[in-house]
Design a protein around this ligand. Structure first.
Ligand code: FES
Length: 132
């Protein structure tokens, strides 16, 4: 009967693992709709998540429940950018380029903003427009 005491902890761990796996699992593509399903919006954590799609890596920035998505390719020479939460910016370590949270160039050799991608929330799911 002692094993029953650990059941709630096991159930909680399983729920967290299921949510994490659902988000990390490759996104479902719906060619008919023209959108890629990035998963339940409520399960996307605050901060930045990197997803790899057929078209390349993207970054999804979620702040105060609002999501924005950009191509992760730096507009200078295409190196991947990463989010620096302490600075509130996307940073490219190849040549020191930086972009603000809206994707606009801040410093370094970058002149063009990160490519913004169109998102939509339908039925509680975050959808990425494929042509964006
Ligand atoms: S490739 Fe990003 S700053 Fe040069």
């Amino acid at each position: 009967m002692r094993w029953l005491a650990g059941l709630p902890l096991f159930a909680a761990a399983a729920a967290v693992a299921t949510a994490a796996a659902a988000f990390l699992w490759p996104p479902r593509k719906s060619r008919a709709s023209g959108f890629t399903d990035l998963g339940p919006v409520d399960e996307i954590p605050e901060g930045v998540v990197v997803r790899t799609l057929e078209s390349g890596p993207i970054v999804v920035l979620k702040e105060a429940g609002q999501c924005r998505a950009f191509s992760a390719a730096c507009t200078h020479l295409g190196c991947p950018v990463r989010w620096r939460p302490e600075a509130g910016e996307f940073f490219c370590s190849c040549h020191g380029g930086a972009f603000d949270r809206g994707g606009k160039p801040l410093r370094g050799p970058v002149r063009s903003p990160l490519k913004a991608l169109n998102l939509r929330i339908t039925g509680g799911r975050l959808l990425l427009e494929e042509s964006s």
